[in-house]
Ligand binder design. Structure first.
Ligand code: NDP
Length: 334
């Protein structure tokens, strides 16, 4: 098996020294285990957190350990009654090409959807959008929902689900190509390029009635602009802050905390962080059924950005944190 392991904790952006590639022999599966050949590896922003020892909701990857990650794998040898050779499974095998796994940790993939969608629109990122928007954002017909990183798997689903609930969806993304895709491909009602010099003015024009739900994916300069347009009783599911994941220091400038807290108070804002896991037990089945239907009928569209081979994973991962991916970032492992 080829493995990519954490070699060194990055200071700022992950780079060529962050990871190392090794080749190891894979043991025979024992009773109750299966041998997996990894087909698809998901690359996700949360992995930046696993590179750091800063306090978080999950333990960091240790130096020398295989990088963690969601995968779609094929069973090549089974010593479990639940799986047969050739089955495709959702597993959490990490950045490696083959591995032995306990059968109890795998979910068999069935149905007509392409298997790698279990890592995107029909998996963790899609569920993050579904649960965070519907449980915390609670968009109502006619309301305005804003989301950034809007061509990614979370953001694109947020906008489309908001529209299925009768809300108006405004997407923010980096660069004209992504901005165009928001309207043409995903059907957002309006789209903004956060890198454009007149982003703040364009944003103000795009939300004449203010913002009722801001699904927070990025933080940073985008949040600074969006928060000027929040309506009273706005809901802000805080899902991610990717603009700051590589940050090594607090941003320059005046302390904005008192002003922000005054705004939370006087506008009766609901600012509510979440990690998608908390909603799984109660809502995952509904998600699979409802989102499965929406995707199958074309009411929710998705976009994938595929890179080939594990060797491409480190650079693709670092690029994602800069916005180089265009859609759900996946590694086709073999
Ligand atoms: P994406 O595929 O959308 O990739 C991240 C995107 O972030 C980049 O493509 C880029 O898009 C955008 N970005 C990076 N830097 C900035 C910046 N400075 N300002 C604005 N945008 C920036 O990722 P996902 O859809 O997988 O994840 C989206 C967010 O959801 C992340 O914050 C992630 O951590 C979070 N998340 C949270 C979960 C939870 O349980 N709370 C679960 C899953 C994801 P662009 O080029 O458009 O700027």
């Amino acid at each position: 098996s080829t493995q990519i392991r954490l070699a060194r904790r990055p200071d700022g952006e992950p780079d060529a020294d962050t990871f190392e590639t090794v080749t190891v022999d894979v043991p025979e599966p024992a009773e109750g285990e299966v041998l997996l050949a990894v087909r698809w590896l998901s690359l996700d922003p949360y992995m930046r957190g696993r590179l750091s020892t800063a306090k978080s909701y999950a333990a960091p990857v240790e130096i020398g350990d295989v990088m963690v990650g969601g995968t779609v794998a094929e069973v090549v040898e089974s010593r479990s009654e639940s799986f047969a050779t050739g089955d495709l499974v959702l597993s959490y095998s990490g950045w490696q090409s083959a591995v032995v796994a306990p059968a109890g940790q795998l979910r068999k993939l069935t149905g007509d959807a392409p298997p790698q969608t279990a890592l995107g629109v029909l998996g963790m990122p899609g569920f993050t959008a579904y649960a965070g928007l519907l449980q915390i954002g609670r968009p109502q017909p006619g309301e305005t929902v804003v989301v950034a990183a809007a061509t990614g798997p979370v953001g694109s689903a947020v906008g489309q689900i908001a529209q299925l609930r009768g809300a108006r969806a405004v997407g923010i993304a980096g660069g004209p190509a992504k901005q165009g895709a928001l309207v043409q491909e995903f059907g957002f009602d309006a789209a903004l390029d956060h890198r454009a010099p007149d982003f703040a003015e364009r944003f103000a024009e795009a939300v004449p009635g203010g913002v009722d739900v801001y699904f927070e994916n990025v933080g940073g300069a985008v949040w600074d602009v969006v928060r000027r347009h929040l309506n009273t009783y706005a809901r802000i599911p805080v899902c991610g802050l990717v603009a700051g994941y590589n940050a090594t220091a607090s941003p320059e400038g005046p302390d904005r905390m008192p002003g922000l807290m005054r705004q939370v108070l006087t506008q009766s804002l609901t600012v509510r962080g979440f990690i998608q896991n908390e909603f799984v037990a109660e809502h995952y089945r509904d998600f699979l059924r409802e989102m499965g239907e929406w995707v199958a009928t074309g009411r929710v569209r998705y976009r994938e950005d595929v890179v080939d081979g594990l060797a491409a994973a480190p650079a693709a991962f670092a690029g994602m944190l800069r916005g180089q991916n265009f859609g759900k970032l996946l590694v086709r492992v073999s």
